[in-house]
Design a protein around this ligand. Structure first.
Ligand code: GLC
Length: 726
């Protein structure tokens, strides 16, 4: 009976707490309340202070911490409260710099998951790494990274989900939901506006509330509604002059009051800067000691509570929120995680990461149907990118280490966030078993030698790489290490040149007109070589669509030069996000009439699709869009039909809109040749609204709204208009 009651309670909670409440959310509030009532002050103070899981600055972690991991918070056995064993991160189970890193499955970049436009796959990816986290002994995963791509050079874009709040929010929310399906606490980060790495600890981001609510905060809100993460990680930077981890506006007003968030706010590692201001500002847990200058939530917090500077109720609230997240994710009820990696089904997990790489790679150009590689190709020269051995991965806290360790050693910075870890998944080896062509490899260091080799091959495939890592922004959008010259030389020698990009960011392509095809594979994860080979040979039909814009140059950006000084350790700088406000990415390009190299939503296929019969109607107060998608080509494939919305031209309802159009929804579907599918999409009301600073609510804009349908933001196949009442 008790089980039935619990199942019913969970179902009810899920119904009321938004589509996807955490597994044990139904009675988590009451259980947390009851436990806090039984706790001593000392026990409450235990919960709000977290340790780094590796030795740092001469401080060793507590003995129960899992070595070389992100974090540890002691438990309270008397009350059946387990410790929190925290691991990074959003792309798999990471290990801090260690003599023997744990070998786990690496997902591709978050940019790939977002470019798959496949929410179900995002959930499966999150569930897979959540399982590896649990079988590695963890009950908290610090994933869910969703800062918007305001700058295409930011070093952590590879961890995030692109530039659009709806797409990024849905994809990240589903990943978090997947994480938490393993009875572990998920996280969403970095709250908020940590959209560059240069001077990340000291940069002050200027952003008006309305612009913030309609961009980065909307992505976070959608992800929180869908994933119900137990925790939110506040970020390093300042926002409008206040550190994010002590910002009453961000943490108390927006997150906890406006959004009704019931979980807890943990700081980023080294992002706590005070005791009273942080505790009263909404921070619930100081993370990663000794990264901070002081144990702000240690004895100092006890003193602040004892002398009334921090109300006793506030300490209770901190403890209650932490416990609520733990109860809601079954940390007390599920058996404590054990370190048993032998139970990880790496073969099954490889299929998941490979599918994300396949569905998240984007075919940007394919002149003359150069791809898929024809069966009668006799010779192929493979150039650069260590493609004979590996694929590249991103650096920093999110670094996942592969079986057997890095396939190439000694490249990149020796210390954090390096060295560069090359995942031993060779595109060349994977290709060899899928083509009859003779394959030769040239490392690409000598452009002339590469061009010579290309001249005598049927096809040349250049693998171009751009490493990216936490704490560093790319110095420019150009490919590093003279790869532009290499590609130009090869393309000059052989028109049938394919470029495979393994980059952490969008890059410029001065050689674009001279090459036949470009496949963007991002950081393709631990089965990336196989995924790339399957896409190049047509075993899999590309279905990725860009989750962010490829600018033609830095000059097109709101900030052609990134603010700050990468050589300064703790200088104070500001950056003005009010230049673009909520018009991030394609919205900026459409608002300013700039033409990008490749538009948001762009992606080619080996077949063709038709998008037609767009209709918009009001149904019980919500806008429902219906349309038909047809596969008009000769191959099966997955279409990504995208619908956008904006005030109809000349309408008076444009006031407050940040740009002419917003992504309003999409559907991804598999279609056989000749097959067509009728689809309907219900539009989130916020997409048709403006956030009103006076009422602190979204207000739908009355008037005519135009909806467009197509296979990319710049490929409009159908339009329709609907008059919207207030
Ligand atoms: C890092 C990152 C954060 C990570 C944390 C723990 O500096 O900013 O994403 O989860 O510290 O490693």
């Amino acid at each position: 009976m008790a089980v039935m009651k619990k199942v019913l309670a969970v179902a009810l909670a899920a119904a009321f707490a938004g589509a996807h409440a955490a597994p044990g959310a139904a009675d988590a509030d009451k259980r947390a309340q009851d436990t806090v009532a039984r706790m001593t002050q000392a026990e409450k103070l235990l919960l709000v202070f977290g340790y780094f899981g590796a030795e740092f600055a001469g401080v060793k972690p507590p003995k129960d911490a899992i070595p070389y991991t992100a974090g540890y918070v002691p438990g309270i056995p008397r009350l059946n409260i387990p410790p929190q064993w925290q691991t990074d991160a959003g792309l798999g189970v990471a290990t801090q710099p260690s003599p023997a890193p744990r070998e786990r499955t690496a997902l591709p970049s978050g940019m790939a998951t977002a470019s798959s436009w496949n929410a179900k796959l995002a959930y499966e990816a999150g569930a897979m790494i959540g399982r590896e986290a649990r079988l590695s002994g963890h009950n908290v995963i610090l994933g869910g990274a969703v800062n918007l791509m305001r700058d295409p050079r930011s070093g952590r874009n590879f961890e995030y989900a692109g530039e659009d709040p709806l797409l990024a929010g849905v994809i990240t929310g589903e990943q978090i939901r997947g994480n938490q399906s393993n009875d572990i606490v998920g996280t969403i980060k970095h709250f908020a506006f940590n959209d560059q790495e240069t001077n990340r600890n000291t940069i002050d981001v200027k952003i008006d509330e309305q612009a913030g609510q309609m961009s980065d905060l909307l992505a976070m809100h959608i992800a929180i509604e869908r994933g119900d993460p137990g925790s939110v990680m506040c970020s390093y930077n300042l926002v409008n002059g206040v550190y994010a981890c002590e910002s009453d506006w961000l943490l108390n007003q927006v997150l906890k009051k406006d959004w009704g968030y019931k979980g807890f706010v943990m700081s980023d590692w080294g992002a706590t800067h005070s005791t009273t201001q942080a505790a009263n500002g909404g921070l619930d847990q100081q993370s990663g000691w000794p990264f901070d200058k002081s144990m702000y939530f240690g004895p100092a917090l006890k003193e602040a509570v004892d002398n009334g500077h921090v109300p006793k109720e506030r300490l209770d609230d901190m403890a209650r929120r932490i416990l609520r997240a733990m109860y809601a994710n079954n940390l007390m009820d599920a058996p404590q995680p054990k370190v048993e990696p032998e139970k990880i089904d790496f073969a099954a997990h490889a299929k998941v990461t490979r599918q994300v790489a396949e569905e998240g790679s984007v075919l940007l150009k394919n002149a003359g149907d150069l791809l898929p590689l024809a069966a009668d190709v006799k010779s192929i020269v493979i150039i650069g990118g260590h493609a004979d051995k590996a694929v590249i991965s991103g650096g920093g806290a999110a670094q996942v280490h592969p079986h057997g360790g890095s396939a190439v050693r000694g490249e990149g910075p020796k210390g954090f966030p390096g060295p560069i870890i090359w995942l031993p998944s060779s595109p060349m080896k994977a290709l060899a078993s899928r083509t009859k062509a003779r394959l030769t490899y040239v490392d690409g260091k000598d452009a002339a030698a590469a061009a010579k080799a290309a001249a005598s091959a049927d096809v040349a495939i250049v693998f171009a790489t751009q490493w990216a890592a936490e704490s560093l922004d790319a110095p420019s959008m150009a490919l590093p290490d003279n790869q532009d010259a290499l590609i130009a030389a090869v393309a000059g020698a052989n028109k049938r040149t394919v470029v495979v990009l393994e980059t952490g960011n969008p890059v410029t392509m001065p050689w674009l007109n001279d090459v036949g095809a470009v496949l963007a594979a991002w950081f393709p994860g631990s089965a990336g070589g196989e995924a790339i080979a399957r896409l190049l040979t047509g075993e899999v039909n590309p279905s990725g669509r860009l989750a962010f814009t490829f600018p033609a140059s830095e000059a097109q950006l709101p900030r052609p030069k990134i603010d700050g000084d990468p050589t300064s350790r703790d200088g104070r700088f500001t950056t003005d996000y009010n230049i673009e406000g909520a018009a991030v990415g394609y919205k900026w390009f459409e608002k300013t009439g700039k033409k990008p190299l490749f538009a948001f939503g762009h992606g080619l296929s080996y077949t063709t699709y038709e998008y037609r019969d767009l209709n918009a109607r009001l149904e019980s107060g919500k806008v429902v869009l219906s349309f038909t998608v047809a596969n008009t080509g000769k191959r099966a494939g997955q279409a990504v039909a995208q619908v956008y919305a904006g005030p109809a031209a000349g309408g008076s309802n444009a006031a407050g809109w940040e740009s002419p159009r917003r992504l309003a929804g999409w559907d991804k579907m598999a279609l056989q040749p000749g097959e067509s599918r009728a689809v309907s999409v219900t539009v989130d009301p916020r997409i048709l609204s403006v956030w009103d600073p006076k009422t602190r609510k979204w207000q739908r804009t009355a008037g005519n709204v135009e909806f467009t349908l197509g296979g990319a933001s710049d490929a409009i196949a159908a339009r329709t208009t609907l008059a919207l009442p207030k």
